[in-house]
Design a protein around this ligand. Structure first.
Ligand SMILES: Cc1cc2nc3c(=O)[nH]c(=O)nc-3n(C[C@H](O)[C@H](O)[C@H](O)COP(=O)(O)OP(=O)(O)OC[C@H]3O[C@@H](n4cnc5c(N)ncnc54)[C@H](O)[C@@H]3O)c2cc1C
Length: 432
């Protein structure tokens, strides 16, 4: 019996999340025969619901923006940060500093958002196969052979290029046992669920993400639609272990103990189960090989405070697609230089967020964050990063350096007011 001919593609993309769909779309728009293999059947639940406006450019370039705009997601015009004890509050508006073009993005229910992007990839010419789990990738000088399972049937496909967009599954990193680079971020655990009837801001601030800092972590409140809000608690894994509580017990305990959190959730009901993700910060030492690029979480993931995950997936996907298109046109694999430039560039973007995340978790730096010096317009630089600008022009870059200098000085000289995290003691005199 003659063995069936192996199907051939220019590119195989593993994973149909934002990174995979975007890489596939760019490559299909460039005329490549691209196959996206996705393990799940969409729509499927995923965390990562708050977008950044600098990601809009990429959605516009790929032509997905109009479809996202028409999907009825919650408009997001900014972000706000507060303390769980209700003593500090700072609100950012994207339009005040980022300009009209980046004034708005969306809070998205990821099951629907990812589906919009995956369908868009198919509409631009990608072949999309859902319910297909990739089990093995064999790379050689000319390309890659991929094996995937569709139910009980094993398939084999061949391509000149591979994009690993498998998210936190990190397919290639795990299969090849690639070395990881320390991110210097503590091990943390996120516990989250969707709730109904959570407190909402009035007007255009109704779509803001709220980040509420508590002594050992922070909560997010992401309004998803008229009714539902995504609420999550991030804390250090060690602190949780010390309490001896289950993640959801710890979530509920902190809500009861902190006045701001308690009032936001008063009268709310949880819809759906709690989800838990732990120890989520990692990155590989290299994200590129002669015939393969890793994008989005498959390359690395830092911490969700600044909602940078989807943005990083979109940006790395665009870069990966551009590199593949260029090398493919010259009929050659990626050079060593291209591979290391790709890793450097994605790391550079991640480092911008790692520095901000480190400042956020540091108590004195957080004091500066909550009142960045308006005299030097430092808040414009902070806002640019909160909006997702990873290519700061000089006038913002030096302000960012000034911000970090203030964070160091704040340890000795209190330029910014001290932030108290503990709840004031309750009692007959409280509040008088
Ligand atoms: C607690 C938490 C909160 C977060 N909050 C935010 C936020 O507010 N905003 C934000 O931007 N980001 C946030 N993120 C990050 C965000 O979830 C990710 O950065 C983003 O989803 C990365 O997209 P991706 O396309 O790289 O991977 P994913 O979206 O994870 O997509 C990967 C896809 O690959 C598929 N796959 C995996 N293995 C295989 C296989 N072997 N074969 C076939 N398919 C496979 C999976 O089914 C999946 O659909 C958060 C993350 C965490 C942990």
């Amino acid at each position: 019996m003659v063995a069936p001919a192996v199907e051939c593609f220019d590119v195989v993309v593993i994973g149909g999340g934002p990174g995979g769909s975007t890489a596939g779309t760019y490559l299909a728009l460039d005329g490549k025969k691209a196959l996206i293999l996705e393990r799940e059947h969409f729509p499927r639940f995923h965390i990562g619901e708050s977008l950044l406006p600098y990601g809009n450019d990429i959605l516009q370039e790929t032509g997905a923006w109009e479809k996202v705009e028409k999907s009825g997601f919650m408009p997001k015009f900014g972000a706000e940060f507060c303390t769980g004890n209700n003593t500090r509050f700072h609100r950012f508006w994207f339009e005040r500093g980022l300009g009209e073009h980046y004034a708005q993005t969306f809070q998205v229910e990821r099951s629907r958002f990812d589906h919009v992007l995956l369908k868009h990839a198919a509409e631009t010419g990608c072949e999309v196969r859902e319910g297909c789990i990739v089990t093995e990738a064999q790379m050689d000088d000319e390309g890659v052979t991929i094996f995937y399972q569709d139910g009980i049937t094993r398939h084999e496909v061949r391509a000149r290029w591979l994009v690993d967009a498998t998210g936190r599954d990190t397919f290639i990193g795990r299969q090849m046992n690639l070395p990881r680079k320390p991110t210097l971020l503590a091990k943390r655990i996120a516990t989250y669920a969707h709730f109904k009837n959570v407190f909402r801001n009035e007007g255009r601030a109704g779509g803001h993400i709220t980040v509420a800092r508590v002594p050992d972590g922070w909560f997010w409140f992401i309004p998803l639609d008229e009714e539902r809000t995504s609420v999550g608690y991030v804390q250090s894994l060690n602190a949780l272990k010390r309490t001896g509580l289950k993640p959801e017990e710890s979530f509920e305990k902190i809500i009861r103990e902190y006045s701001d959190l308690k009032s936001r959730l008063a009268g709310s009901t949880r819809v759906g189960d709690f989800h838990v993700t732990s120890d989520y910060s990692y990155r590989f030492e290299g994200f590129a090989m002669p015939r393969c690029l890793m994008v989005g979480d498959a390359a690395g993931f830092v911490d969700p405070i600044f909602s940078s995950g989807v943005l990083m997936a979109l940006k790395s996907a665009r870069q990966a697609a551009q590199l593949i298109s260029k090398a493919d046109m010259a009929n050659r694999p990626l050079t060593n230089r291209e591979q290391s430039r790709y890793t450097r560039e994605v790391c550079r973007m991640m480092d911008i967020y790692i520095n901000m995340i480190t400042a956020f978790y540091d108590d004195t730096s957080f004091e500066v964050f909550m009142s960045p010096a308006s005299m030097l317009r430092i808040h414009h630089a902070v806002l640019a990063i909160i909006g997702g600008n990873t290519d700061l022009p000089f006038h913002l870059w030096w302000r960012m350096q000034a911000f970090y200098a203030f964070c160091i000085l704040q340890k000795w000289v209190k330029f910014s007011p001290i932030v108290e995290y503990a709840e004031p003691p309750a009692g007959p005199l409280a509040g008088k």
